[in-house]
Design a protein around this ligand. Structure first.
Ligand code: THU
Length: 131
């Protein structure tokens, strides 16, 4: 499948501009391509109870399901300077859950697979295999 990284970057930047970040002042935007060719996106949404903050990836996963579900094949994350940002550890787990095999991420050190950014991950298959 052809991945248009520029489209993902543009959509991530657009999403980032809608972030609600009164506490950190650190807006994040993400976008991803789905297996069926949709582009989903999200921004971070903070909360006065800081720990309740939704990372941009959380709102993107909501967008994924809201628009029909499916799996992610390519992912892009930006900060307020439009620079590439690495997803936090929790969000790597979130992305892993909804990844297509071999999902790609644009990272600070080039394009990587989901397995490279969360090696030996615990995931849905473990629940079955180790039940
Ligand atoms: N943040 C994200 O939205 N995604 C990440 O992967 C990294 C961190 C947000 C959470 C918080 O609103 C802000 O960045 C500062 O940590």
């Amino acid at each position: 499948m052809q991945i248009d990284w520029e489209v993902l970057k543009t959509e991530a930047i657009k999403a980032m501009q809608n972030a609600y970040v009164p506490y950190s002042k650190f807006p994040v935007g993400v976008a991803a391509l789905t297996e069926d060719g949709r582009v989903v996106s999200g921004c971070n949404i903070e909360n006065a109870s800081y720990g309740v903050t939704l990372c941009a990836e959380c709102s993107m996963v909501s967008d994924l399901f809201r628009t029909g579900g499916g799996r992610l094949v390519a992912f892009y994350c930006v900060d307020k300077h439009n620079n590439i940002l690495m997803p936090c550890g929790r969000c790597r787990q979130l992305l892993y859950e909804h990844s297509a095999p071999g999902m790609l991420l644009e990272t600070v050190s080039g394009i990587k697979t989901i397995d490279e950014v969360i090696p030996d991950a615990f995931g849905p298959r473990d629940l079955e295999a180790r039940a």
